[in-house]
Design a protein around this ligand. Structure first.
Ligand SMILES: CC(C)(COP(=O)(O)OP(=O)(O)OC[C@H]1O[C@@H](n2cnc3c(N)ncnc32)[C@H](O)[C@@H]1OP(=O)(O)O)[C@@H](O)C(=O)NCCC(=O)NCCS
Length: 317
């Protein structure tokens, strides 16, 4: 027997344990970040409890920033989680209750975000076929998809055409250089401009920007940028993560809309692949929305293969 109730802050460790049973990389950070979020909705955070122990949880909410951007009440169900032995019972009940909650707060539709979103267990056909079936059984359908792509750097060969591309851009007065501390506020602005049309864009507050500046400073060493007439127009950076005895690199690229389609994104991306190889990183991984055709093209051209297809699911309420 189990019961479903609302969340209390004392549940945090239990929630982290459940989350860890699904994703081994969890260290409690996800939970604490969610609780600190200015838009955290405690009523949508449901706990499944059995003999005083947290055995599952779910998180459903409406984000006012998304309502503002989309113009209607799109709700989110950022995951339904339960210890594996309670699959099919606890998670089913959590899912039912979450949908009921979203209806009470007048959400018109609900989306399950993909995995890279905090707390999402949006599903892959390969890895999480169980979740896929669970949501489909509740009437969700596929709204969008994204890919996890990767390649090994062991046999990375720098293509000849890259040099020509570099020369063409130099002739146009575009230079490439390593980022400096003073560049960070401009890099955050370029990021904001570059990702503005992205589907999951949420306008940033002053506080978000301050936090982002701090994050950028953390990986500034790994940032290469493009400049024209002293204005930063594009950059590529990367983070790295240790997985057992291997380090994996996660690069990103951002080019201001008016400078796209000239080869800048490709050039910057390759610069970081070279740097990662020099650092001894053997594998590079990327998450990309399926309809981001230029990005997918750049990655495929650089030898990346698709490892997982993540489905973003939606349902009308
Ligand atoms: C993705 C992004 C970095 C690309 O920058 P860019 O400077 O325009 O990229 P490039 O000009 O080097 O390369 C774009 C490639 O995509 C190709 N491309 C463009 N539109 C395409 C489409 N609809 N379908 C397929 N390929 C397409 C171009 O032909 C070019 O390939 P080529 O060099 O073989 O001709 C840029 O669009 C951006 O900043 N987007 C927002 C941020 C983002 O999505 N970053 C990636 C997150 S994972």
């Amino acid at each position: 027997m189990f019961r479903i109730r609302r969340f209390f802050s004392e549940d945090s460790d239990g929630v982290a344990r459940v989350f860890k049973s699904w994703w081994a990389g969890e260290n409690g950070k996800c939970v604490s970040e969610l609780l600190r979020d200015a838009y955290f909705d405690a009523h949508g955070f449901l706990i499944a409890e059995r003999n005083g122990e947290v055995i599952g949880f779910s998180y459903a909410y409406v984000d006012p920033r998304v309502v503002h951007r989309f113009g209607y009440r799109l709700g989110f169900l950022a995951g339904v989680f339960a210890f594996p032995k309670f699959r099919g019972t606890v998670d089913v009940e959590l899912l039912k209750k979450s949908l009921e909650y979203l209806k009470t707060i007048n959400a018109l539709e609900v989306e399950v975000p993909d995995f890279p979103s905090t707390f999402g267990n949006g599903v892959t056909a390969e890895k999480d076929a169980y979740f896929y079936r669970l949501y489909r059984g509740f009437g969700f359908s596929i709204n969008m998809h994204s890919y996890t792509m990767s390649r090994s750097l062991e046999k990375l060969k720098i293509p000849r055409w890259l040099e020509n591309r570099n020369k063409t851009l130099t002739d146009e007065g575009i230079i490439l250089r390593k980022a400096k501390k003073e560049d960070v506020p401009s890099l955050v602005t370029v990021e904001e401009e570059a990702f503005k049309e992205a589907y999951d864009y949420i306008p940033k507050t002053k506080k978000d920007i301050k936090k982002r500046v701090k994050e950028f400073l953390g990986w500034m060493e790994n940032t290469i940028l493009s400049e024209k007439s002293n204005k930063i127009i594009a950059y590529s950076d990367f983070t790295t993560e240790k997985h057992k005895n291997k380090t994996v690199g996660y690069p990103r690229i951002a080019v201001l809309p008016s400078y796209r389609g000239r080869g800048l994104g490709t050039l910057l991306f390759w610069e970081n692949l070279k740097t990662l190889k020099e650092m001894g990183v053997t594998k590079v991984e990327i998450n990309v929305i399926g309809v981001n055709f230029p990005a997918v093209h750049i990655y495929r051209k650089a030898g990346f293969k698709i490892d997982h297809i993540w489905y973003h699911l939606r349902k009308k309420l």
